[in-house]
Design a protein around this ligand. Structure first.
Ligand SMILES: *Cc1c(COP(=O)(O)O)cnc(C)c1O
Length: 370
């Protein structure tokens, strides 16, 4: 097999036709209103509420600020039970709020938090659970809610990977006290950078709104130690454009994901995430676990790289192995997460990925190892 001339990356941002975005710019110039909850901001929020099937939503400049400020808005103290098998943002948002993360292991089917292990980690300091719908795999939301109710804990979902997903026909953001969505350029749906918080409790609306605007209540009163987390009009315009095309983008991804599945399913030593029939997926990622395959994860990564195909060891290392948290946690306490992080590889998957590349990736995987 020949090395590809142009590199294939693990993802590539979807973009609307350029004219569509340019058409959106004129009103911004006419009004000279560039940020601070402008017309597009409000329009984007309304359209998102409908699309995501959510009663309430606040927009943010990015997913991380959305999560960090959502946690701040809950006014918590103490320990937070969360997963180490995630992006840096989840844990950083907890720590930057002065809270202590307590890592719970993941399950071996879909790599979300193992709900059966949560209760034994609860102490009298525990205030919340922060699970992640990792790779778009929806957590065991019912079991998690029961535990939270029993122990009076808040549930804050990192739903960065689950844009547009539904469980039993309900928007996935309807579970938990709050859910954070990310609209980063590399996600299924984006507003260049961007994020949102879905919430239930009515008085969170005002608090979230103020927290993203320096905690300002009115021109003479600053009520909270807030930050600057506002989404600007250029982001909202991109979001509005992309929202028109997102169903088509997800349909294209689904076809490619199905192709990967049909090629890789049933191969000895290769594991794909199990799919839950209750969930409508968005096909954000294509994680593959090499467990007893004739080649190891790093060997496959290297073989693909030599052909100019760049996969990601997503998520490796686990957060509890990060340099910045050195000495604070023991990765041995979450053995499944530790093992999966060393076996998983996320394959290229994006809207306009040619199916020939999918086949080439699968051929290389089949031919690697002896
Ligand atoms: C992308 C991502 C975030 C952060 O979102 P940004 O919009 O990039 O700030 C948080 N958590 C997870 C799991 C993510 O993948």
């Amino acid at each position: 097999m020949e090395k590809l001339d142009a590199p294939v990356l693990v993802t590539r941002s979807s973009l609307p036709p350029l004219e569509e975005y340019v058409d959106m710019l004129k009103p911004i110039w006419d009004s000279a209103w560039l940020t601070n909850m402008g017309v597009y901001h409000e329009e984007f929020k309304e359209q998102l509420k409908r699309y995501l099937k959510l009663p309430s939503l606040e927009l943010f400049v990015n997913g991380h600020m959305a999560l960090e400020l959502a946690i701040q808005a809950m006014e918590l103290k103490g320990e937070v039970i969360t997963t180490p098998f995630t992006f840096a943002s989840t844990t950083h948002a907890i720590v930057r709020n002065g809270l202590t993360p307590v890592f719970c292991d993941i399950n071996d089917r879909d790599y979300t938090i193992d709900a059966d292990l949560i209760e034994r980690l609860i102490t009298d300091k525990t205030c919340a659970i922060v699970p992640v719908h990792v790779y778009g795999n929806v957590c065991d939301v019912e079991k998690i809610q029961k535990i939270a109710d029993r122990h009076h804990l808040k549930v804050i979902y990192d739903a960065a990977h689950t844009f547009g997903e539904e469980l039993d026909g309900r928007g996935v953001g309807q579970w938990g006290d709050v859910s954070m969505f990310s609209f980063h350029a590399t996600k299924v749906f984006h507003s260049i950078e961007g994020g949102a918080v879905a919430f239930k409790e009515k008085n969170l609306k005002r608090r979230l709104y103020q927290l993203k605007n320096f905690g300002i209540m009115d021109s003479e009163t600053v009520e909270y130690v807030g930050a600057n987390g506002k989404m600007n009009e250029f982001q909202a315009a991109m979001g509005l454009c992309n929202l028109r095309h997102v169903d088509e983008a997800i349909a294209k991804r689904k076809k490619l994901a199905m192709r990967y599945r049909s090629r890789l399913e049933g191969i000895q030593g290769i594991r794909l995430c199990s799919e839950d029939p209750r969930v409508k997926y968005n096909y954000a990622y294509m994680p593959v676990v090499f467990d007893g395959y004739k080649a190891g994860r790093d060997e496959i990564f290297q073989a693909l790289k030599e052909k100019n195909i760049h996969t990601r060891k997503y998520f490796y290392p686990c957060v509890n192995s990060y340099e910045c948290y050195k000495g604070d946690f023991r990765p041995e306490d979450t053995p499944v997460a530790d093992r999966i992080s060393k076996q998983v590889l996320t394959l290229p998957l994006y809207e306009d990925l040619p199916v020939e590349i999918v086949d080439m990736v699968c051929d290389i995987i089949e031919e690697t190892g002896c």
